[in-house]
Design a protein around this ligand. Structure first.
Ligand code: DC
Length: 242
């Protein structure tokens, strides 16, 4: 057990935001594993509701019905063996989260304010008491503005596209790099233009550019930030600034 996960130290809240393909999931999972914290992939939660909306044929611009759907379903999440699993009313939907259909639907569903309110409140419950690493788009700004460690993780558009393209090829999906690049640009636009929960870098978030870095290099940078925060004492306020 290291110093940060030691019982004597307070359990931190670690918030990681950034655009699609910046490496948030890989890095956040590594941070959580290193510290023995809970890992929460909030994108997967939006994706699960997009799966349900499609199954129920709910129009993705009918925000009221989407909100009612979100508040009436029981969502459970569990990370096991490197897989973030999502269950809706006890039924696992993990396999359906990363299909091209869900990719298309979730961009629109994430624009629904009633849906966001339901998920934000659920995510805040997971954050109670700390000891959590949460990643998404609005974690530093809306879900955990009180997080001790806030990171805005980004990378060049071309590098993000190459990573995503490699990932898809490894899954056997034959797709053009140009097409992936176009799709990422579109997702960036949607993430930045949303009225609610749009992707922003808050002032107290530390910017980490993962271009040309390995996940372990980014992990080391985040663990350093955590060390600083964990050793913060209320007697020494200056010691807490990152
Ligand atoms: O990180 P991801 O690609 O799995 O996210 C899926 C979608 O959900 C994407 O369109 C952005 C959106 N999202 C969001 O609006 N807020 C979050 N906290 C996480 C994801």
């Amino acid at each position: 057990m290291n110093r940060l996960s030691d019982r004597k130290h307070r359990k931190l809240k670690i918030a990681i935001d950034g655009p699609a393909g910046a490496g948030k999931s890989t890095v956040a999972r590594k941070v959580a594993r290193a510290l023995g914290y809970l890992y929460l992939d909030t994108g997967a939660m939006y994706r699960a509701l997009a799966v349900l909306a499609r199954e129920r044929n709910i129009s993705l611009d009918d925000h009221e019905t989407l909100g009612a759907m979100a508040s009436s379903v029981k969502m459970d999440v569990r990370e096991d063996n490197g897989v973030f699993r999502v269950f809706l009313d006890g039924r696992e939907v993990t396999d359906k989260l990363r299909t091209p259909e869900t990719d298309r639907a979730v961009k629109l569903l994430a624009m629904s304010r009633p849906v966001r309110e339901v998920l934000v409140s659920l995510q805040r419950k997971f954050a109670e008491g700390g000891g959590v690493v949460m990643e998404g788009r609005d974690i530093t700004s809306v879900v955990m503005p009180d997080a001790e460690v806030k990171v805005f993780l980004t990378a060049d558009l071309e590098e993000r596209a190459r990573r995503r393209w490699k990932e898809l090829r490894e899954k056997g999906i034959d797709i053009d790099l140009e097409e992936v690049l176009h799709e990422l640009k579109e997702r960036d636009r949607k993430d930045l233009e949303r009225d609610w929960g749009r992707l922003v870098k808050v002032d107290d978030a530390v910017l980490i550019d993962s271009t040309g870095k390995t996940p372990d290099e980014v992990l080391a940078e985040i663990l350093r930030l955590c060390e600083v925060k964990a050793s913060c004492s209320t007697d020494l306020p200056g010691a807490c600034s990152l």
